[in-house]
Write a protein that binds this ligand. Structure first.
Ligand code: COA
Length: 159
């Protein structure tokens, strides 16, 4: 059984993430979408909110599990019996960062390989920061995020 971990901040999950996750679920026996921290980022949604929104967005993908971890991705993957990390590449701008992340993870756990999937062109400019910026400026984020995220953020704004 091939288990892949799809780690990220998912703050919030976007349609771009979902596209990568759906492709990953067609390739691997099981994909664990794992929410974690990037120490360079301040949080927008709590981890519980992110997980809840992911759960609602991926309910149709039967071989996808949702989890949270604190600490190293390399250690987490080992504990889960997974030797594949799934990551998306949107444009060449992602490459340098992803190369460094992949090599660091492999140096920490030499069983761990990163598989990159290329984002569809219509998702290549989407990021969680872009969604947040549009949201804070009262713009329409409905094209960029799953409907559950859209509804949740809209309700937060209305409070
Ligand atoms: N569609 C939409 N957005 C995408 C995307 C896609 N296909 N691929 C990447 N992104 C965006 C994300 O929305 C995110 O946007 P943001 O910067 O505006 O938040 C950005 O690209 C990359 O974020 P993400 O994929 O969530 O990764 P990350 O860099 O925030 O976090 C971790 C990466 C959590 C996996 C990493 O920090 C980690 O492994 N942390 C644990 C500690 C560790 O082991 N560190 C590694 C050793 S240094």
């Amino acid at each position: 059984m091939t288990i892949a971990i799809y780690p990220g901040s998912f703050d919030p999950i976007t349609n771009g993430h979902l596209d990568i996750l759906k492709s990953g679920s067609e390739i691997f026996d099981k994909v664990i979408i794992a929410v974690s921290y990037n120490i360079n980022k301040t949080g927008f949604l709590t981890v519980d909110e992110r997980i809840d929104l992911i759960k609602k967005s991926v309910a149709h993908l039967k071989n996808v599990e949702i989890d949270f971890f604190n600490g190293l991705t390399a250690e987490y993957a080992k504990n889960k019996g997974a030797n594949i990390l799934l990551r998306g590449l949107r444009t060449s701008c992602d490459f340098e960062y992803e190369l460094q992340l992949s090599q660091t993870n492999n140096a920490l756990n030499d069983e761990l390989k990163t598989v990159f999937l290329i984002a569809k062109p219509e998702y290549s400019f989407i990021s969680s920061s872009m969604v947040k910026e549009i949201f804070y400026s009262n713009g329409d984020i409905s094209k960029f995020v799953p409907s559950s995220v859209y509804e949740y953020l809209k309700s937060k704004h209305d409070i």
